[in-house]
Design a protein around this ligand. Structure first.
Ligand code: 5GP
Ligand code: ZN
Length: 114
């Protein structure tokens, strides 16, 4: 756990969140400021600062994050499309430095992203 990390505090139960899934490796919860009708965050229990900090040892964990993201998307009925996003670094819009996968859906998405 990282002391100043808001997502580590959610994992510890110190900050409330609407949990959608939890196991020993990952948790999923609703984003507090949804950018689409469905906006889920899937994060590792382990504090990893972002995609660039992943190592070879995290490959299975990363696969699990994506698989669970797609499972949750199907569960909430996003059959006609959704977006999986990981921001890496401030310039890309990363604001929380604990790795997270955004699952966004329920509206038409545009490309390129802003
Ligand atoms: P980033 O900008 O780093 O890719 O995404 C961070 C996300 O975390 C944002 O979409 C933001 O709304 C969400 N977020 C920040 N603080 C909290 C919080 O305390 N609770 C929840 N559920 N989401 C949060
Ligand atoms: Zn953390």
């Amino acid at each position: 756990m990282s002391q100043d990390c808001i997502f580590c505090k959610i994992i510890a139960g110190d900050i409330p969140a609407t949990l959608l899934y939890q196991d020993d490796d990952i948790i999923a919860f609703n984003d507090i400021s949804p950018q689409a009708p469905t906006h889920i965050l899937v994060i590792p229990q382990k504090h990893i600062t972002g995609p660039a900090a992943l190592t070879e040892a995290d490959q299975a964990l990363m696969g699990k994050l994506v698989e669970k993201g797609t499972e949750l998307a199907a569960e909430v009925g996003l059959d006609d499309g959704y977006r999986l996003v990981m921001n890496n670094g401030e310039k890309a819009g990363q604001t929380v430095f604990h790795l997270h996968l955004h699952v966004l859906g329920g509206r038409v998405m545009t490309w390129p992203p802003g």
